[in-house]
Design a protein around this ligand. Structure first.
Ligand SMILES: C[S@@+](CC[C@H](N)C(=O)[O-])C[C@H]1O[C@@H](n2cnc3c(N)ncnc32)[C@H](O)[C@@H]1O
Length: 540
């Protein structure tokens, strides 16, 4: 069966308005003898005894049998965004999934397919259709997703050869088998702040056994790669889609080594920042293909400029694993280096570029009218959204329309009288909202002290998929981590700063087309410092 191209069209079929009703529909679609996990059983025990309408059942069966995912779409629509984010639950569109399955087909016939973080089962179902006799193993922690997945497997006739493990992928064991196992999927993107200390230790310890030093700042998707390397043997293949930030950031170094030295990376395909792989998410997308659990002789790397180009996952420029090993950032290997004009200087020679402060809890530290009042002296007009800069473009004259950030000194004894009373009342409110509990709050000098930097003369945005906005900060706004600040190393006149801003806005673009010294995946301050500007702008 062809992979459906529009999962969404079918979403309206079920008319289901809450999660219990969705579980009820799954129960109505599954044979009564279906064996489920204890956590799925608990969900089924809570469903209403109201019979599900026959029309809903018939339409859902027909949509699933045509290859769409009405139950998965329904689950996503019912789940609050915050919970989906915490679970890393973003389901994969067919435009990305189909090329990955097509690539697997070119790699031989797996006897077993493993889909870690299977969600509603899009990958395992597509793999089941591609490989008639393969044993199918789907691993998923969310019991409702697991029920949906079981229902999909049942209606697509794959139950007898499949196993749904409602468990943490890092905990599973796989029996050794003769023949190839294929790993395929979209590992959950959950940032390290939400990963417990025990799993962080698991991560660094297991990397150590492979001879690789790993930073515990890695997100859950990197844990999935590690687990896959621990499970995979020399015959195995795999392809994962993830966000692309690990190609460049420090904590990605361990995964980069894992891919070249242990997972046998053969392909890396990175969607150009302007291409939206997953609608509504702000990240850049990378697809990694690996085979053989051992170093390969060459790797295909490619910047992909449109979703239709993605199809050919065996194409790309050929590089040696040693070239990847030698690169500190892989985006520099994937994006061709631009010829450098000798009459230019790196921005870093003129400016220090500093990321804005992380507040740790914008809902508490970005002030709003619904909060206990505070003295104006601690409410600092601040750039809190990229839009604040995009709206004013080249020049920020006034801070009047900006939101204000609560910026308290670490030593509260410097506040006295009414001022101190207001601040104490605010902190009691902040504590009630757990602002003292977060990772950032616990790791800074005083949990209440955001510590905004001095106003930067130039500010810039660094969102994926659009050119950065550089803005002359005449109004002296502060900035949080939605922007970077450019601080001149030597005094500069406003005229000189304005000329630099104007030039940067005209010449710096994202993407691999007319990229000028950019084309990077993650616009870290370091990358901004490497931008080159005409030398005459440096001399004022
Ligand atoms: C990015 S979604 C991908 C879903 C599906 N594979 C797809 O591509 O449509 C990741 C899934 O992993 C699940 N998940 C999160 N943490 C997990 C863990 N530790 N072990 C197994 N699954 C997990 C989430 O519930 C979510 O369904």
């Amino acid at each position: 069966m062809a992979i459906a191209t529009d999962w969404r069209a079918a979403a309206t079929l079920t008319g289901i308005t809450d999660e219990a009703a969705l579980a009820g529909l799954c129960a109505a679609l599954l044979p009564s003898a279906t064996v489920v996990s204890a956590r799925e059983r608990a969900l089924l025990a809570a469903i209403s005894s109201q019979p599900v309408a026959t029309t809903a059942i018939d339409r859902t069966i027909s949509a699933i049998q045509q290859g769409t995912d009405p139950l998965g779409e329904c689950l996503l629509a019912l789940r609050p965004a915050a919970q989906r984010r915490a679970d890393g639950a973003v389901y994969t569109p067919a435009t990305i999934l189909a090329p990955m399955i097509a690539w697997l087909r070119t790699q031989g016939k797996p006897v077993r397919v493993v889909d870690p973080g299977a969600g509603s089962g899009r990958f395992i179902l597509a793999a089941g259709a591609a490989f008639d006799n393969a044993q199918l193993i789907a691993v998923e922690t969310d019991p409702l997703a697991a029920l949906v997945l079981r229902t999909n497997l049942h209606l697509r006739g794959m139950t007898t050869r499949s196993q749904v493990l409602v468990d943490d992928y890092r905990r599973i064991k796989l029996p050794k088998i003769a023949g190839m196992t294929a790993f395929v999927g979209n590992p959950p993107y959950v940032r390290h702040h939400h990963i417990g200390a025990r799993w962080k230790r698991w991560y660094t310890r297991n990397f150590k056994t492979l001879g690789i030093h790993a930073s515990a700042m890695a997100g859950l998707h990197l844990h999935f790669f590690l687990k896959t390397a621990l499970l995979a043997s020399a015959n195995d293949v795999g392809t994962f889609v993830t966000s692309a930030e690990w190609l460049d950031v420090n904590y990605g170094a361990a995964l980069r080594k894992l891919l070249t030295q242990h997972l046998g990376v053969v392909g890396l395909h990175v969607l150009a920042p302007a291409v939206e792989g997953f609608s509504g998410t702000a990240t850049t997308t990378a697809i990694s293909c690996f085979r053989g659990a051992a170093p390969q002789t060459s790797v295909r790397v490619r910047a992909v400029n449109s979703l239709t180009e993605l199809a050919a996952l065996d194409s790309g420029a050929v590089v040696l694993p040693a070239q990847l090993d030698a690169a500190t950032r892989w985006s520099s290997v994937i994006y061709p280096v631009q010829a450098r004009d000798s009459d230019t200087v790196p921005l870093g020679e003129l400016f220090r570029v500093l990321r804005g402060q992380v507040t740790g809890a914008n809902r508490v530290w970005v002030f709003g009218d619904d909060r206990p009042s505070l003295p104006d002296s601690v409410l600092i007009p601040t750039i809190t959204r990229a839009q604040d800069l995009i709206r004013v473009a080249d020049r920020l004259e006034s801070t009047a329309s900006l939101r204000r950030v609560v910026d308290l000194a670490p030593d509260l004894d410097c506040y006295v009288g009414d001022e101190r009373e207001q601040i104490d009342a605010y902190l009691t409110w902040a504590r009630r909202h757990r602002a003292d509990q977060g990772y950032i709050a616990r790791h800074r000098r005083a949990w209440w002290s955001v510590g905004l930097r001095e106003p930067a003369p130039i500010l810039c945005t660094y969102m994926a998929r659009r050119a950065p906005q550089f803005t002359l900060n005449v109004g002296e706004a502060r900035h949080i981590n939605v922007a970077h600040g450019l601080y001149p190393r030597q005094p500069m006149s406003e005229r000189q700063l304005a000329a630099i801003v104007e030039w940067l806005n005209r010449n710096v673009e994202v993407g691999s087309g007319r990229t000028y010294a950019w084309g990077l995946i993650k616009f870290e301050p370091k990358e901004v410092q490497q931008l080159r500007i005409p030398a005459h702008l440096a001399s004022g």
